[in-house]
Design a protein around this ligand. Structure first.
Ligand code: MN
Length: 230
């Protein structure tokens, strides 16, 4: 096969215990999946159907990176999230079969240009410029499900410069892993390489150039990313 322009680089995520990489196809993100976070954003925490938005695959950045504070924002927010990595595709997947489609789990940041997202909400415009920008998805290596199973509970937190800002437990997710996969697969055919960021606990807030973000999810991993000083 010949191409008329250079073929885009395949975005990948490291996998614990092997040199082989996980190729990223699409990044799906669940909105408002922890009741406390829904409340802090001014929404009803009742169990409304989940909704999804997306980031481009090449938004992934490996944990340990130092990255630039993004352009066009004065209010960059952190959202620490469990990431479900799909290994086997399917559509209309039932919740009781959903975990068979998981390759593994990672810990990621759904970095958000909150000012742009807030403007988009007010104007009833799409969220992409708030959510789907370059380097907006720092992520740890993936833990294969064959090694760690499927986490149903466990602490998840985020510190900025050593101070705890977000704190929750995976058991507070309104839509659990199996339900999120099942629901999303009713709208799009999932394929290997798709990943799902399953929402963030309460405590989202701003970070600035020079800040170091450290995240933890029990049994899944530890994430660290630094924004280059201005
Ligand atoms: Mn999020």
């Amino acid at each position: 096969m010949q191409y008329v322009i250079p073929v885009p680089h395949q975005a990948t995520i490291d996998v614990v215990g092997t040199d082989a990489k996980f190729p990223v196809r699409r990044i799906w993100c669940v909105g408002r999946n922890y009741a406390d976070h829904a409340r802090e954003m001014g929404h009803d925490p009742n169990r409304e159907p989940p909704f999804f938005f997306a980031k481009p695959a090449d938004a992934v950045v490996p944990s340990g990176s130092t990255i630039a504070y993004p352009v066009q924002t004065k209010d960059l927010h952190h959202e620490i999230e469990l990431v479900i990595c799909i290994g086997k595709g399917g559509r209309n997947i039932s919740p009781d079969k959903a975990l068979d489609h998981v390759f593994g789990y990672a810990l990621g940041l759904d970095m958000t240009r909150r000012d742009l997202q807030s403007d988009a909400k007010k104007l009833q415009r799409p969220w992409e410029m708030g959510k789907s920008f370059d380097e907006s998805c720092p992520i740890t290596p993936i833990q294969p499900a064959t090694k760690i199973g499927h986490p149903k509970a466990g602490a998840i937190w985020l510190k900025v410069n050593g101070e705890v800002k977000q704190k929750g437990d995976l058991n507070q997710q309104i839509w659990q892993i199996d339900e999120a996969i099942a629901y999303l697969s009713n709208f799009v055919a999932l394929e290997p390489g798709d990943i799902i960021m399953n929402g963030t606990p309460a405590g989202v807030g701003p970070c600035k150039a020079g800040d170091t973000l450290e995240g933890h999810c029990e049994g899944v991993g530890d994430l660290k990313v630094t924004y280059r000083a201005a």
